[in-house]
Ligand binder design. Structure first.
Ligand SMILES: [Zn+2]
Ligand SMILES: [Zn+2]
Length: 153
């Protein structure tokens, strides 16, 4: 019996980093542009070193410090989110391009898989916080740790 998965990566909603840079009038060095392109096209949540490996395939002159500096800049601009994903891999942090809509991360303690889930409930919670607390939410993160569908079998 297979049920349709409610999990959707919703890649279409990722912000376009190059376009955002242009819109904000930020000029990029060739190296930083390579970091941007790599994270834009990443298909999973990457830590800085994994991202660095992808970047070096595009431009071998990029060093890890440049990757960290570029991630720091993108984070400050609200274009990239930094996640610890339930510390599944210890102190490692992961990065992903911000979305137009917040999503949940489901971290499997058995296999380490990270799934994403989007729900209207998250937006409702965000709206509730804004009205009750008088707080403007810029970004939201919610993580559940547990056992995934595959590992449960
Ligand atoms: Zn699992
Ligand atoms: Zn995610």
């Amino acid at each position: 019996m297979s049920e349709p998965s409610p999990l959707a990566p919703a890649l279409a909603q990722r912000l376009d980093l190059a376009q955002e840079m242009k819109r904000r009038g930020v000029r990029l060095t060739r190296q930083r542009a390579a970091v941007l392109a790599a994270i834009q096209q990443a298909t999973r949540h990457l830590d800085a070193e994994s991202l660095w490996r992808l970047v070096r395939a595009r431009d071998a002159t990029v060093n890890l410090a440049t990757v960290y500096r570029t991630l720091g800049m993108l984070k400050k601009m609200g274009l990239v989110d930094e996640l610890d994903l339930m510390h599944l891999e210890g102190e490692k942090h992961f990065y992903e391009v911000s979305r137009s809509q917040s999503h949940l991360h489901l971290a499997c303690f058995e296999c380490g898989k990270i799934e994403e889930y989007q729900t209207e409930q998250f937006l409702k919670l965000q709206a509730e916080v804004e009205s009750v607390c008088g707080f403007t939410v810029k970004t939201g993160r919610l993580e559940f740790g547990g056992v995934c569908r595959t590992c449960r079998k």
